[in-house]
Design a protein around this ligand. Sequence first.
Ligand code: PLP
Length: 406
Amino acid sequence: LFSQPPHSDLVYLDNAATTHKPQIVISAISDYYLQHNANAGRSVHSLASKSAEIFEQSRKTIASFFGAKDQELILTRNTTEAINGVALGWARHQLETDDVILSTSLEHHSNLVVWQQVCAEKNAKLKLVNLTLDGQINQFDLQQQLKQHTPKLLAITHLSNVTGSYQDLQALVKIVKKVSPKTKILIDGAQSAGRIKINFDQLEIDFFAFSGHKMYGPMGVGGLLVKEKILIEDEMKPWLFGGGMIDQVNSQSSTFQLDPRQRFVAGTADVASAVGLAVACDYLTAIGMDEVLKHEQDLAQYTLEKLNVVEDLKICGSTKANESNEHLIGRLGPVSFVHHKYQAHDVAQVLDHHHIAVRSGHHCCMPLHSHCRWPATVRISFGVYSCHEDIEKLVEVVTHLDRYLS
Ligand code: PLP
């Protein structure tokens, strides 16, 4: 059912970096190029009309997978580009001197460096919520900082790509609405999209960013969901300009399409990737997002139980899956660890020697690693095709590292 990895016995536990692609996703992309390839929304010939129709249908499927309206979806290359879109299309127009953006030290660099840049440009302030000693967001500090700064934006990860800790979005929204109701909320959904069901229309969040390649879709496509009101009231403006999104152009100025489905698409759209991502969404829907989440919880729990008893190893973050604190925090995968005797890259290389793929390093989360004094960590992350046997193979090697490294 999936793309063939180089070794048939490969144990792939690097799904937080990217997932493998179901054969139906690859076939859909190849079918598009073989049978329907034309520039969508440009020429009037039948092939181009068909391509435009396929693109629109794919956009609808993707938006509906996230419980969003078609016009609330802006396709981007990935999460990083989606967050940059909020910075360039929204924050640059809305931020004034001394305004505050609130984020956390748990964030991936994609949801941190962007805010450093925009705050420097606008003379605004970036404040970070503290973490607990084991790398979870300090919920008390989050509330205090919301109260103290009434930030313009709270930009926060839904599911950490290192500690697996996640925010219960409903509980988070409740707090923000109570303490600082005007604060806009941006959720970095890079790790949660494709693992946790998102109902964008039912959540009072303003922006949700995701990557297609982390949810069984192709690389090069992701998206930004934006609440319709923000788009209609022109609070968010286009940040890329060129063909396709214009209304009228004269030599010195231009006007732009009002419909967000055109307004935010500058240049030729990547139709084939949208097609692939739509099929990936259908693939997940067919499995059932409840099942996908249950599977993730089970694998996280199983891995934590097995690793908890391995000597010289410290798990990063909570050591129990689904631990909850008033439903606001809990954990899933990934499961990362520090080995007291061996460096993370050495552990990853020994695992690779056994055809087990994990990631080692800081995982684009340097502030988190500095705060917790983890020089580097080994990260195990799951996909729908991962199973207990994969974990057992990994634990067997990790338990006997002395054989390979001492
Ligand atoms: N945010 C989180 C939590 C991530 O884990 C990642 C990637 O690993 C990103 C953002 C960036 O995703 P991308 O590189 O697909 O833009």
